[in-house]
Design a protein around this ligand. Sequence first.
Ligand SMILES: NC(=O)C1=CN([C@@H]2O[C@H](COP(=O)(O)OP(=O)(O)OC[C@H]3O[C@@H](n4cnc5c(N)ncnc54)[C@H](OP(=O)(O)O)[C@@H]3O)[C@@H](O)[C@H]2O)C=CC1
Ligand SMILES: O=C(O)C1=N[C@H](C(=O)O)C[C@H](O)C1
Length: 246
Amino acid sequence: MTNEAARTSVILIGGGRMGTLIAKTLEAEGGFEVLDTYGSRDAAQLDREAPRADVAIDFSNRAALPHALAYVRRTGAALVSGTTGYAPEELEQIRALGEACAVTWSANYSLGVAVLRRATEVVARGLGDWDCEIVETHHNQKADAPSGTAKLLLGAVDPAGSMEVVCGREGMVGPRGRREVGMHSLRGGTVAGTHEVHFFGTDEEVCLTHRATSRQIFASGAVAAARRIVGREPGFYTFDQLMFGE
Ligand SMILES: NC(=O)C1=CN([C@@H]2O[C@H](COP(=O)(O)OP(=O)(O)OC[C@H]3O[C@@H](n4cnc5c(N)ncnc54)[C@H](OP(=O)(O)O)[C@@H]3O)[C@@H](O)[C@H]2O)C=CC1
Ligand SMILES: O=C(O)C1=N[C@H](C(=O)O)C[C@H](O)C1
């Protein structure tokens, strides 16, 4: 068998900042062959003509989802998706795709954020009656707000989904409610992604912060996920399951 035959074939959905960096990372790491990249102009080709790959890596836009789903259903490729901005029903469609193929979706493919999520769960349990505000900061080209990672961290603060979520505080009348979480989005410059979870008590504050200083962490995490998902049984796998086996 030649090295060529052993390579994992990939199609990329989205060839923007992340898609370009993932292509470079696949090339640098070796063992992968990118068959093609699909963007907004040719995403419809995914439905019928695009060649079968071992794995599709999707960092694009929610508008591409019907094509990504059609591609994976048609070809049986594994899916690694990092696209954010989905509605809950769309995320449910991605999870349901796991009945037919091996699928992973994560709002953040950095190891640091995977650990931050766990740390946030622990701190939130310990400081259950403290006020909590989540602040995310990203570059001025980001299409969605709040970030997918901010929503992931909200899930760690409030796993039951029982708290009121207040996005920004403009027009707020009266004091802050006890059963609410504030979400705040800042946009500017070239920030790769900063997430802060603030817990405020009386006369004290605990703040957990993750700061991405480069997008490379997301690209490397997505490629690691691609390596680990190819050849798995159909199912929806979390990033933690792929990386930590749990
Ligand atoms: N999970 C994670 O770790 C991370 C997730 N992200 C997420 O990845 C996504 C992409 O981010 P980024 O690369 O910075 O964004 P860019 O704007 O740089 O790139 C977006 C890409 O998506 C393509 N696209 C847009 N609409 C469609 C469509 N309808 N069908 C097919 N392709 C489409 C664009 O194609 P064209 O150029 O042809 O218009 C472009 O290539 C975002 O949702 C972002 O939040 C980002 C970083 C990390
Ligand atoms: O669009 C980005 O850039 C990023 N998007 C992801 C998100 O919405 O959480 C992950 C990361 O923060 C960078």
